[in-house]
Design a protein around this ligand. Structure first.
Ligand SMILES: [Fe+2]
Ligand SMILES: [Fe+2]
Length: 186
């Protein structure tokens, strides 16, 4: 991997989020080996997934519009939901042209209907990297270690909905609800 990606992440994020990004990259690589995806592509997507996470809401909305990203009503209300899509646009500008890597960066916030294994792995890695500590994380790690990718994702998505629901049910991204439905049906 080109060292410029690592340098960019280090230069554009706080130490805490930089460590989270490296943790996500390493976890994504391990999960890729376990579940049969490309470890290098998983690492790169994990490393870059949060490069827009520290931008303000108004910057995320204006950058998204500039990049031709559609801003939905809920994203306008809760711009942090855009940080994956904006990160993917930035990664493209940095020279990443692997569409699946870009898609994994974009979809790590809400999941995506019909997502690929690489996208699923990056989504999961973000939620269970070693620096993560929240109620329920151990159960998700156990599912992932036991080889149950679908079960681990289901728990992550349920958590995401529960957590977002705490701020009012209207703040749950509709895509997450669809993805949970899809994964529950197998
Ligand atoms: Fe994120
Ligand atoms: Fe993250």
């Amino acid at each position: 991997m080109d060292p410029k990606f690592h340098d960019y992440v280090r230069g554009s994020l706080s130490m805490e989020r930089y460590l989270h990004s490296v943790g996500t990259a390493n976890t994504a690589k391990e999960l890729a080996v376990r579940f049969g995806a490309d470890p290098e592509r998983a690492y790169l997507a994990g490393l870059l997934h949060d490069i827009a996470r520290e931008s303000s809401g108004s910057d995320l909305v204006s950058e998204a519009k500039q990049q031709g990203i559609m801003v939905s009503e809920i994203e306008d209300k809760l711009p942090v939901l855009l940080h994956g899509k904006v990160a993917a646009a930035r990664a493209r500008m940095l020279g990443v042209h692997d569409e699946e890597v870009l898609s994994a960066i974009a979809s790590h916030v809400t999941g995506r209907r019909g997502w690929t294994k690489l996208e699923q792995i990056v989504y999961l890695a973000d939620k269970i990297e070693p620096g993560r500590d929240y109620p329920g994380v151990e159960a998700i790690r156990r599912q992932a270690s036991s080889g149950d990718l679908r079960g681990a994702l289901k728990l992550c998505l349920e958590n995401a909905i529960k957590y977002a629901g705490a701020g009012g049910a209207s703040l749950v991204h509709p895509e997450t609800v669809v993805v949970l439905d899809e994964i529950s049906q197998g």
